[in-house]
Design a protein around this ligand. Structure first.
Ligand code: 6PG
Length: 474
């Protein structure tokens, strides 16, 4: 019998996704350039309707038409290489889904390349890691609605389920799916950074040990911070290192790696002039973490911070919980603001409330906070920033003081809580009616005649500023 669904790329993600599709009653076939991967797939399939092909042409022959071919291969040149091999062998009406973390401009290019050929190309964000792929990921497909309709049933059956149904939806035109996944990852970077910052405050300023941190994060995961990232963090603090018997977290080198999706989010936000400083700070802190040797030698040159905490452990835990909530909210808010602007700029037609629904299950940034975000965007689909939403206004005003208290303690202890600080400054700037940017405008006009606007009448103005120093004069 011909298979309903094919997968190219049988690494863990590809194998798991394919087994997930098979679990839902579909016949599937997998192909990888590396024959050992086909064998692993068949070993893991155990009695399911799973086939493996050892040539690309054999793979394509095994699929019913129109063929549904998903790619889960590393983003970048490999996707283009696979497409080069694949395109001569597929036909009009077939559907190719790129499920990797491709850059949205690559997806746009590939979509346009195939647009007139009658071959459907979809860029689909897949979140949830290996376990998500196996048991239910959050799926963010983009391209065109017609293609989506052809795969909607399969995607709906394999996706994670939340109280609002399958965590998949047609996200929008061309590269909207991959753009949305990129923003998801930017938010993921910020949330992970914020958690690590609060960890440092609790550990250094609060003297919490790992067992206490486990207890605290487990308790947080039962209330308003409930989320995948808080849950796994609680688990991390419990894990022992088999070799040394120490807590594993303490044995891990403090250099955070990255594959670049957080950086792409920051780059795109800069291009679109959208402020997402909590995410930017998270990306930058990964770079700073990587400068380990320099950090170690610099540390010997400067004194370290104060070690007394002005508050009790219990008070500090309460402050950190609220600071984390505030930071998480603004990370989501900044990411969604970017998505809102990008959607308009690139004609994606993204429904933000629907994106929030898709993120409620299966993905790395899933949390109960998304219920309130969904409410805010359902009430106002044109909401630019969550700061102006009545759903969040009282929450953010109440939490501000606790965030400031955590920052003060961090500064005294020389702890770099860059993402949390960026969140507070973003909030303060975004809720201030007069920023000192008037002075920047004056300076620009002074040295470059760049002109300025006035507060009392419309127009652009230039001033011959008095007592201009002569360049080069002492
Ligand atoms: C997901 C994740 C995933 C990402 C990893 C690693 O949604 O399942 O975002 O796609 O690749 O989190 O990302 P970094 O290596 O950049 O940290």
């Amino acid at each position: 019998m011909a298979a309903h669904f094919g997968m190219i790329g049988l690494g863990t993600m590809g194998r798991n996704f394919l087994l997930n599709v098979a679990d839902h009653g579909y016949e599937v076939c997998g192909y990888d350039r590396e024959p050992a991967q086909q064998k692993r797939l068949l070993d893991e399939a155990r009695g399911k309707k799973v086939n493996a092909a050892f040539s690309l042409s054999g793979f394509l022959q095994s699929l019913q038409t129109p063929r549904i071919v998903m790619l889960l291969v590393p983003a970048g040149k490999i996707v283009d290489a696979v497409l080069t091999d694949l395109l001569p062998l597929v036909q009009k009406g077939d559907i190719i889904i790129d499920g990797g973390n491709s850059h949205f401009t690559d997806t746009e290019r590939r979509y346009l390349q195939l647009k007139d050929s009658g071959i459907h190309f979809m860029g689909m964000g897949v979140s949830g890691g290996e376990e998500g792929a196996r048991l239910g990921p959050s799926l963010m497909p983009g391209g065109n609605k017609e293609s989506y309709e052809l795969v909607k049933e399969i995607l709906g059956s394999v996706a994670a389920k939340s109280d609002e149904g399958p965590c998949v939806s047609f996200i929008g035109n061309t590269a909207a799916g991959h753009y949305t996944k990129m923003v998801h990852n930017g938010i993921e970077y910020a949330m992970m950074q914020l958690i690590s910052e609060v960890y440092s405050v609790l550990k250094i300023a609060g003297q919490f040990n790992n067992a206490e941190l486990h207890e605290l994060f487990s308790a947080w995961n039962k209330a308003e911070l409930q989320s995948f990232l808080i849950e796994i963090t609680a688990d991390v603090f419990l894990k022992k290192d088999e070799g040394t018997g120490e807590d594993l977290v303490d044995m891990i080198l403090d250099k955070a790696k990255q594959k670049g999706t957080g950086m792409w989010t920051s780059q795109s936000a800069m291009d679109l002039n959208v402020p997402i400083p909590s995410i930017d700070a998270a990306v930058t802190m990964r770079y700073l973490s990587a400068l380990k040797d320099e950090r170690v030698s610099n540390a010997a040159l400067y004194s370290s911070g104060n070690s007394n905490s002005p508050v009790t452990k219990e008070q500090l835990a309460g402050l950190c919980k609220n600071a984390l909530y505030f930071g998480f909210l603004l990370a989501y808010g900044q990411g969604l603001h970017l998505l809102h602007i990008a959607s308009a700029q690139y004609y994606y037609g993204i429904n933000i409330s629907e994106v929030v629904r898709v993120w409620k299950g299966g993905c790395i940034i899933r949390s109960v906070m998304l219920n309130d975000l969904r409410k805010a965007y359902s009430q106002d689909s044109n909401l630019t920033s969550i700061i102006s939403s009545p759903v969040f206004q009282p929450v953010l005003s109440n939490l501000r003081k606790d965030v400031a208290d955590v920052l003060k303690i961090s500064i005294d202890h020389h702890l770099a809580v860059a993402s949390l600080a960026a969140s507070l400054h973003y909030f303060d700037a975004f809720t201030t009616n007069r920023l000192p940017a008037n002075l920047i405008q004056a300076q620009r006009d002074y040295f470059g005649a760049h002109t300025y606007e006035r507060i009392d009448r419309p127009g652009t103005f230039h001033t011959e500023w008095e007592s201009k120093p002569v360049a080069g004069a002492k």
